[in-house]
Design a protein around this ligand. Structure first.
Ligand code: NAD
Length: 471
């Protein structure tokens, strides 16, 4: 039978806020705590600081009922049965994870424990973090019998975070104490029993009452390793297909056909075999570095991860090379940039390859006009508007008079452009697509010179290569 658990989530970022809102959706009593006063006020007023499908809807449904927001961790933690730590774990100076935010939370929790509480790492953390959290709490006066530390890594993807959380492929719970495992099972029971999926108001997704997500119970250390190993493997898959894509370009064949043939092998699978401008975001780059740092600390050389990173970095230079080879020179060229977020469906620009590419092109002397459906406000902090950097209110404004159009983020609307209107608006009908959003023949038929990733370039259907100048 489902029971209500009193939960505190520390951190109201992409993971903490989504987790808090979804735990409330599962019927628990949740307080989401952040030390950013402005964020908390915004959330109390019903505004979500991040762009995620279903988030606003669920916030509206539960705010003031099962879900509240606070800056006071001490007060909230005193009443909680389970505390999820979801603060940032950015990359430290040597590539290892900077655990200072987690440590600060652990110190604060030490003085808040009044009854048995399960403290859970939701943030992505290196193996052994659970032991450090325990030590820090004990050193700061927390009584050992009043808490256990568990690991419950989060696998949600930005852009589909809410439905990923409520319809996960698996729930991993690393708990070394049976008592802590029981609390964690109770929290996820509405999902694992299928009760949530029978509700008429359930957020739709891949799970159902007949197909419930498995809850995998492991040791705490194994759960910590699972998260790092999963992200490292996914990044490796991306770098692998990017390396194959470059080879396809050399031998003049289509990587999409190759990826399809490879991905149909059930042992490999088709997902994450999409060539592009490299992975980015707040997770893969730092998690790969942190996982390698863990190996180094253990005296092991995980050189495979170094290669994964090398391919990823080279992919951006390769894209700039494509732009240069198409336009001959870059200085003074006016480029339309479609997409700034690190992937479609999010406003997150952390480690976005699109932002890196903009910086590289600005350094080469290009003039950019960028448009992104959600990420422009955040992008303006990284790429301030100025003489060479412009922001447009829409696609058509961005492409007007452009020497070339660059597709850098896989937003669905960028895959459905009015190609005739774009052709009319640009100075030269050249599209360089870092996300393979179009079929080359379609672009050629619409009169574009079209370069994409791992596929032969195509040129306007009825004209010779040089006939692309319009005005
Ligand atoms: P984020 O930067 O968006 O949010 C972190 C939040 O924690 C911020 O709002 C910050 O103000 C708050 N915070 C920091 N210190 C605090 C403290 N002492 N007390 C209260 N609040 C505090 O980060 P995120 O993207 O949500 O990532 C959080 C963790 O989850 C990271 O370890 C990340 O690797 C992991 N993760 C992220 C994703 C993702 O897609 N973003 C997916 C899976 C796992």
């Amino acid at each position: 039978m489902a029971r209500e658990v009193r939960i505190t989530v520390v951190g109201s970022g992409y993971v903490g806020l989504v987790a808090a809102v979804c735990f409330a959706e599962l019927g628990h009593k949740v307080t989401c705590v952040d030390n950013d006063q402005r964020k908390v006020e915004e959330l109390r007023a019903g505004h979500t600081p991040i762009h995620e499908e279903h988030l606003e809807e669920l916030l509206g449904k539960h705010r003031g009922k099962g879900l509240s927001f606070d800056t006071n961790l001490h007060e909230s933690a005193k009443q909680a049965e389970a505390i999820f730590i979801a603060v940032g774990t950015p990359q430290g100076e040597d590539g290892d994870a900077d655990m200072s935010y987690v440590e600060a939370v652990a110190c604060e929790l030490a003085r808040s424990l009044e009854h048995y509480t399960v403290i859970t790492e939701k943030s992505t953390v290196p193996v052994f973090t659970n032991e450090w959290i325990r030590k820090v709490i004990e050193r700061n006066g927390g009584e050992r019998e009043l808490f256990d530390v568990t690991s419950n890594p989060e696998f949600l993807r930005e852009g589909t975070a809410v439905s990923d959380f409520l319809h996960p492929d698996r729930i991993v719970v690393g708990a070394d104490a049976a008592r802590a495992g029981e609390v964690m099972r109770a929290i996820y029971e509405p999902l694992t029993s299928g009760a949530y999926y029978q509700r008429k108001d359930a957020i739709p997704g891949g799970c159902s009452a007949a197909k419930t997500p498995p809850l995998l119970e492991t040791s705490t250390k194994a759960a910590e390793m699972i998260k790092h190993a999963s992200n490292a493997f996914l990044a490796m898959k991306i770098s692998f297909i990017n390396a194959v894509s470059n080879l396809c370009e050399s031998v003049d064949t289509d990587v999409e056909q190759v990826a399809k043939g490879v991905g149909l092998d059930a042992r490999i699978g088709p997902r994450f075999l999409k060539p592009g401008i490299g992975y980015g975001g707040s997770c893969f780059p730092k998690d790969i570095a942190a996982f390698r740092a863990v190996a180094e600390q253990e005296g092991l050389d995980f050189g495979l991860l170094t290669e994964v990173e090398k391919i990823n970095t080279a992919q951006k230079r390769r894209f700039v090379g494509k732009v240069r080879s198409t336009l001959w020179t870059l200085r003074g060229k006016k480029l339309a940039v479609l997409g700034l977020a690190f992937k479609g469906g999010t406003d997150d620009i952390r480690e976005s390859p699109a932002i890196d590419l903009c910086k590289m092109l600005l350094e080469e002397g290009c003039k950019l006009t960028a448009y992104d459906p959600a990420a422009m406000e955040r992008a303006k902090h990284e790429l301030p508007a100025g003489e060479k950097m412009h922001y447009a209110a829409g696609v058509m404004e961005a492409v007007k008079g452009a020497d070339a159009v660059l597709l850098l983020t896989e937003w669905p609307e960028f895959a459905k452009l009015d190609l005739d209107a774009v052709h009319k608006a640009v100075r030269y009908p050249i599209v360089i697509d870092g996300r393979n959003l179009y079929e080359p023949e379609v672009m050629a038929a619409h009169g574009f010179t079209y370069l994409s990733m791992g596929r032969p370039p195509v040129y306007p259907a009825k004209s010779a290569h040089g006939a692309e100048k319009k005005k």
